[in-house]
Design a protein around this ligand. Structure first.
Ligand code: LIP
Length: 283
């Protein structure tokens, strides 16, 4: 079974450019993370989106506006796609894909597992075939930023400039010994279907963790602190940066039928555990 990996960057993103873009993505993600952490208002003004439990806060909007301004000032000809509605076409072949707060429910409840996710992709992220070439995920609650660039490895550092350390997926060989992350959508009918899949997976793994942020889940797989992760319903902004961090950390990420991850399915892990998990969630 072939499993998709982000391909090498095209001419729009040579090695030197990728290093510069990774540094920008880390700066932008950390600056937005400090904003949502330090300027959190008493009233977050939570409003429903796709269901009563799918909410957006004033800080989701402020974070996306902040990121949009920084990105378009630094890279005015690149494209942009954001969870809260930012969208502009690319003139360079590169598009910034941003989740201003991934794990909004955790943020709303004052729980630390949320992040700002910033990725640069080649191709149109609104159509199949796009690939991340740079990614940065900053979790202020965990005090860490993960980042990666195509063919340049994946790393983590304390927020604000700690010494980066290379990260790698864990060495588990059996799913039965695997700590597996997952998540659920916001629609009741979808959650019922996802619960049915979970009843198949739960008896076959060490344990399940539902952390509430896909970007953090994927980074923990890349960091060897989750052995695998699967979820259906993810959007490009949820998964773009984390996808690259996993693959640059030596893992694999796939979607339905082994194709690229998409809204139907994302599966991540080291090669062995990823393949075993796929047999349960995408038979
Ligand atoms: C979240 C995802 C998470 C999923 C949640 C939610 P958001 O994104 O990161 O994996 O399980 O339901 O979709 O909405 O907080 O940006």
């Amino acid at each position: 079974m072939t499993v998709s990996r982000p391909t090498a960057p095209d001419a729009a993103a040579d090695e030197e450019t990728l290093a510069e873009l990774e540094a920008l993505a880390v700066d932008f993600a950390e600056a937005a993370a400090r904003l949502i952490r330090d300027e959190r208002p008493g009233d977050l003004g939570a409003q429903s989106k796709t269901s009563r439990t799918d909410v957006v806060t004033v800080m989701d909007t402020r974070s996306e506006e902040f990121l949009r301004d920084r990105i378009l000032t630094a890279r005015p000809r690149d494209g942009l796609l954001g969870e809260e509605g930012s969208a502009s076409p690319s003139q360079t072949g590169l598009t910034w894909v941003i989740d201003p707060i991934d794990g909004t429910t955790n943020y709303l409840y004052g729980m630390p597992l949320y992040a700002v996710s910033v990725a640069v992709v080649v191709g149109n992220p609104s159509e199949p075939g796009w690939r991340p070439v740079v990614g940065a995920v900053c979790s202020p609650g965990m005090g860490v930023t993960w980042s990666a660039r195509a063919r340049g490895g994946a790393r983590s550092a304390a927020i604000g400039g700690g010494t980066p350390r290379e990260v790698a997926v864990g060495g588990a060989t059996e799913l039965a010994q695997g700590l597996v992350g997952t998540g659920f959508g916001y629609q009741a009918a979808v959650r019922a279907e996802q619960a049915a899949v979970l009843t198949t997976v739960l008896p076959r793994v060490r344990d399940i963790r539902r952390l509430g942020s896909a970007a953090v889940d994927l980074c923990l797989v890349g960091d060897g602190r989750l052995d695998a992760y699967y979820e259906s319903g993810l959007k490009p902004w949820d998964l773009a940066a984390g996808w690259l961090i996993v693959t640059e950390a030596g893992g694999v990420v796939s979607g339905p039928g082994g194709a690229d991850p998409d809204v139907t399915l994302t599966v991540a892990g080291n090669r062995m555990v990823h393949d075993q998990l796929r047999e349960l969630v995408d038979p």
